[in-house]
Each structure stands twice: as C-alpha cells, then as structure tokens.
Write a protein that binds this ligand. Structure first.
Ligand code: FES
Length: 519
C-alpha cells in the first residue's frame, strides 16, 4: 500500500497500481481513450495527462506507477491546456459527421470536446481522406476517418480472443487499422469491438442507423441464452404513451463482472436479443371445439385448479405430469418442485431443454439454458423424457416452456398430446405447440421479471425487471404462487413467499447450496 494524494485527497493505492487505477478507485475521473482495464496500458491517446509534484513535465496517468507520498493533480490550467491541445490533434483528421454517426450521444470525443476542447480549428489543410466503410467482420464496419488509433480493438483480438485479425498498418499520419488481406474478424466475441471503440470508428451493422443512443434507456440484466450467466445491459426504447411499438430492445451490451464475464459477452448472446420482442404471447388462449377464446387469469386458474383437484380427489395424481425446462429461475423451479413434487406428489416431472450447442474456451457454454445448475441443486431429476410413456399414463399435463418442439417432431408431440385429456402450456412465445394444448398461458422472460439464476460455476445471480411484461403475461413464480393459493395448499408456507427475494430466502432455509445466496 502506498499513501498518495490526488487533488489533495488522501488515497491508499495498491502496490503496482497506476495513478489512473488509484484515481478510478477513489472516484476521480481522468479523461482517457486508449486505456481499458482489461489490457496492458499503451499510452497512445495522451488524454490522461496529470501533473505530479516534483516532475517537470505532465505525465500519463495510465502508465505511471504510484510511489509513496506522490502528489498528483488532475485538474489545473496547465492540464486543461494540455488536454485541449491533445484533443485538437486527435480531431485534426476526424470527420465532422456526428449527425450521422451511431456513436453520437455516447462518444468520448464529443464529451471531451465539450469538457476541454471548445476551440476554433486552426487547421487550414484538408483532412486526410480514408475509407469510410470497410467491412472488417460479418457485423462490423470500420470508418477509418473516425479512428483515433487507440488500438483497443487490436489489443482485444491479441490479448483476449488471441485471434489477431486486426493490425495497425502504415506509419505516421497514414497509420490505420485494418484486417489482413480479406480475412474478416471472425470469432465468437467480434462485436465487443463496437463496445470497445470509444469514438464510433467501428460500428455494428445490426444497430447501425436503427435509432439514436439518446432515445434508449438501459437496465441491468443477465443473459439467459447459455449457462454462463453473463451480466448485460439491455438497451431499449421505452416508447411513447399510446403509440404501440413492436421493437423495444435495440441492443445488448456487456456489464462488468469480474467473477463471471469480465467485460465481455459473446456474439451468440449479443445478437440473440430479438427473442425479447418477436413472437411473444400476450393473451391466455383456450382452444375448444376448434375455436379460440381469450381467458382471464382468474378463469384459467379456475379451469386448471378444477382439473388438479379432480385427479387429487380421485387419488389419481399419478395420472398427472409436468414438463419444465432449466431456463426458469431458481425460484420458479423451486416452486414447481415444491407444489407438484413435494405437496401434490406428482412423480412424472421431466425437463425438456433446448439441445446443446457449440461452446468455446472463453464464455459460451454448450448448455443453451441459463439455470441447469440451479435445477440440479434444487434436486431435479434429469431422467429422459419419453413422450409415449407420458401419453399413455397421463390425464393432465402441464408444460412450462416451448422447448419440447426442439427435441421432438411436431407430429410425435401431436400424437402424444392427442391421447392426454387436459393440457396446459405456460410459455413466453407463440409456437407450434400452442394449437396442440387446451390452454396457453403467457409468462414473462428474465428481462421482464425478478428472480435469480445459478450459472455453470454455481454463482447465484439475482435480476430485476428491465422491460414491462407483454400483454397479460405474468412472472411464472407469481403464477405458481397464485396456483398454490387457489389450490388452498399449505397456506402458512406459501403466504410469506410474496416476492422472489422471499422465495430465495426460503430456498436458503431448505437447501444448503442456496444459503447466503440472497445478496
Ligand atoms: Fe493514457 Fe490514452 S489513456 S494515454
């Protein structure tokens, strides 16, 4: 530990830490473009200059290590002038295309110009002409005129993915970032480059010209497309009152978590966001005598409770089956296990997950659901699902999720379901299964509800709603609690479980793995 002073504030710096890192920990902002905490400092943008007592010149805070007693100043007239001069050079070749740049509104050059620049350009010479639209990856466009050569993109591909698809070519004023020959940036993490680029030189074709950054709001969530549980921001357009909108979510961004995903997310998760808006189920629909009727939740509960009670009273609960999936939250899986397994004593509880996919060595896992580990800890049995057996021995089937259709052909599912008297499907999306059951009930996604997921490494991560639920959809844990209430089972147990936090706490009381996981 070294005691240093930044802007006369005493800061305890860690051994080997740089001035910049100590300042960040102390909550002191120093402008920067090339610095990124994941990489070795490069010191190329020169925006992070600070004054250090006893040293004649300004120093780069991103590459200067702290020393005991160091006195550092991050704000002074001299520093302001230096930053202004640096910016003038950085902007010398930068085009004035902010009005059509996707980065506008979240561009560090814009921010710093407003904070330190505000100069009249002294350049009489024409700006250097470069390529405006170089395709460097399937979804990546490079505008070489906007690039300030911070090399974050090059360092990411050298140090993190180790795929080295980009390099700096030429020298001096002609230096530019480019791919080697026609070899595009082609790895599972390619679009982290758009996030890393501080100035809008690298843009994402999926987001390009779709909206403006200042029209978006963002909320913290967890990616649920594989079992890593990467921390993300969901950026969405909240819309306008009384104007219906089909597209809410415009992009996902990584959210730092050193225990899970560091600063990155994979392209599979990043571009998988469209399921949040597309094909969403909004109403409870009953299929009866070839007709479809919209039901209220109250009516749907009534029908379902009647069916469950009828089996229970005839001591035929063995004729009931439940199919769920491990994309459900810890709380939802726990309630399914508790209500159907422990209380109603349903023996046929199966899991139907999406098939496994490709994995890589960084973040992406083969499991294409978010909470398989949670299901294991809760005690789910992953016995193989046999549709034929279910069909012959079941009078009432509850299906949670639409993933059955990813493991079986539609005709096999139809043949099996045709033999079952009553079928209920709780799902977030419309699918081919909808017409094969009696009642389809809409439920919320992770982005629209609260709860927790256990990732592949056993880390329990809680989440809160970012988006509103679609139509009449409700969080499944709320639906399950209402069902328990309507069934009038164990009121004393279920009554206090009024929130996802309360359910997780109860899980901690009953399952050692979930003890102290309520933070
Ligand atoms: Fe220090 Fe760029 S952040 S030189």
């Amino acid at each position: 530990m070294a005691k240093i002073f930044i802007d006369e504030k005493l800061v305890e710096a860690k051994d080997g830490e740089t001035v910049f890192q100590a300042a960040v920990r102390a909550g002191i902002h120093i402008p920067h473009l090339c610095y990124h905490p994941a990489f070795v400092p490069e010191g190329s943008c020169r925006m992070c200059l600070v004054e250090i007592e006893g040293l004649p010149k300004l120093e780069l805070s991103c590459s200067t290590q702290v020393r005991e007693g160091m006195k550092i100043f991050t704000q002074s007239e001299k520093i302001g002038e230096a930053r202004k001069g640096t910016l003038e050079f950085l902007l010398a070749e930068h085009p004035l295309d902010c009005p059509i740049c996707d980065k506008a509104g979240e561009c560090k050059l814009q921010d710093y110009y407003k904070e330190y620049g505000l100069f009249e350009s002294q350049f009489k010479e024409a700006k250097e002409k470069r390529e405006k639209k170089v395709r460097i990856g399937e979804n990546l466009i490079l505008d070489q005129e906007r690039c300030v050569l911070c090399t974050r993109c090059v360092r990411f591909l050298n140090e993190i993915t180790k795929t080295q698809e980009l390099g700096v070519f030429e020298r001096g004023v002609r230096s530019e970032i480019n791919i080697y020959e026609n070899n595009l940036v082609d790895n599972n993490y390619s679009n982290n480059l758009t996030e890393l680029c501080p100035v809008g030189a690298i843009t994402d074709t999926d987001f390009r010209f779709q909206t403006r950054a200042w029209l978006l709001e963002k909320g913290e969530s967890i990616c649920s497309l594989c079992s890593r549980g990467c921390n993300i921001f969901i950026e969405y357009n909240p819309g306008f009152a009384r104007i219906p909108r089909k597209k809410r979510v415009y992009r996902l961004k990584s959210r730092e978590n050193s225990e899970v995903n560091e600063y990155w997310i994979c392209d599979f998760g990043r571009y998988g966001y469209k399921y949040l808006d597309e094909e969403r189920l909004e109403k409870i629909v009953q299929n009866k005598n070839g007709k479809q009727t919209v039901l209220s939740w109250e009516k749907a509960y009534l029908v379902l409770v009647e069916k469950i009670k009828a089996l229970f009273l005839r001591k035929k609960i063995s004729r009931m089956a439940v199919i769920c999936h491990t994309g459900l939250s810890n709380e939802e899986l726990f309630l399914i296990r508790k209500i159907f397994g422990d209380i109603l004593r349903v023996e046929k509880i199966f899991i139907a997950d999406p098939p496994q996919g490709e994995k890589d060595n960084l973040l992406l896992t083969a499991e294409r659901t978010a909470n398989r580990r949670g299901a294991e800890e809760i005690g789910f049995d992953f016995k193989p699902l046999d549709l034929e057996v279910i069909a012959l021995k079941t009078d009432l089937l509850l299906i949670f999720g639409h993933f059955l259709a990813e493991s079986f052909s539609l005709s096999d599912i139809k043949n099996a379901l045709d033999k079952i008297g009553a079928k209920f499907l709780f799902t977030s999306h419309s699918s081919n299964l909808n017409d094969l059951v009696d009642i389809v009930l809409p439920v919320a996604l992770v982005a629209e509800a609260s709860g927790s997921l256990t990732n592949v490494d056993g880390k329990v991560q809680r989440y809160s709603p970012v988006l509103e639920t679609c139509g009449d959809a409700r969080a499944l844990w709320q639906v399950l609690l209402s069902l328990a209430k309507e069934l009038k089972i164990n009121y004393k147990y279920f009554y206090p479980l009024a929130s996802s936090e309360a359910i997780l706490k109860q899980m901690g009381n009953e399952i050692p793995f979930f003890e102290k996981k309520n933070d």
